[in-house]
Design a protein around this ligand. Structure first.
Ligand code: FMN
Length: 175
């Protein structure tokens, strides 16, 4: 069992990273092999809608998405974490989601399980939750749980909340 956690926050080890890592900790405690990925550390160009993938091939943009998509295909579950920016996922996370257009067409991720974490000051996660619902339906994945975390923009809001961390670890165990 392999679980990949993917964070779309620019803040290293901030609330989003900490939340994703907590879910991975739970999965690891249940015997999973886990990997943590920060999208901001990767070279990920925007989808250019060339439609090569809709014609049957894979994504033809030569950057870090090629390797990431291969590792995702090899995994059994994903933990997606994003800060809420302007009532939605972060731009970098949306860019990543766009780059999964090939897997949508080829159903590369069918059957995988997903945890989605929205990390916000206080409001606006609904459209991010909607994206994850649509993404999981279209990619034929199971959305195990979508968790919204309110931080009031305190850097240690997640790390300092033992109850939340325990909930996130339990979610990881269920993946
Ligand atoms: C560009 C930008 C847009 C934001 N938009 C929202 C928003 O719509 N709603 C909200 O509650 N917080 C918003 N925030 C605050 C972040 O979601 C919040 O600080 C969150 O804790 C960030 O997670 P992090 O600690 O992992 O960086 C925004 C922050 C930035 C930088």
């Amino acid at each position: 069992m392999k679980v990949i956690g993917i964070s779309g926050s620019p803040i290293a080890e901030g609330n989003t990273d900490t939340a994703v890592r907590a879910v991975l900790d739970g999965a690891r405690a249940n015997g999973a092999e886990v990997e943590f990925v920060r999208l901001y550390d990767l070279e990920l160009a925007p989808c250019d809608a060339c439609d090569a993938c809709t014609a049957g091939g894979g994504c033809v943009i030569p950057d870090d998405a090629t390797d990431l998509m291969a590792r995702m295909k090899d995994a059994d579950a994903f933990v997606f974490g994003t800060p809420v920016y302007w009532y939605h996922v972060s731009g970098v996370f949306k860019n990543f989601a766009d780059r999964t257009y090939a897997s949508y067409h080829h159903k590369d991720f069918a059957g995988k399980r997903v945890a989605a974490l929205m990390v916000q000051h206080s409001l606006g996660a609904e459209e991010a939750v909607a994206l994850f619902n649509h993404w999981c339906e279209d990619e034929q994945c199971t959305l195990v749980e979508a968790v919204t975390i309110n931080t009031a923009s305190r850097p240690d809001a997640t790390a300092g909340d033992a109850g939340l961390l325990a909930r996130l670890r339990r979610l990881g165990e269920r993946l």
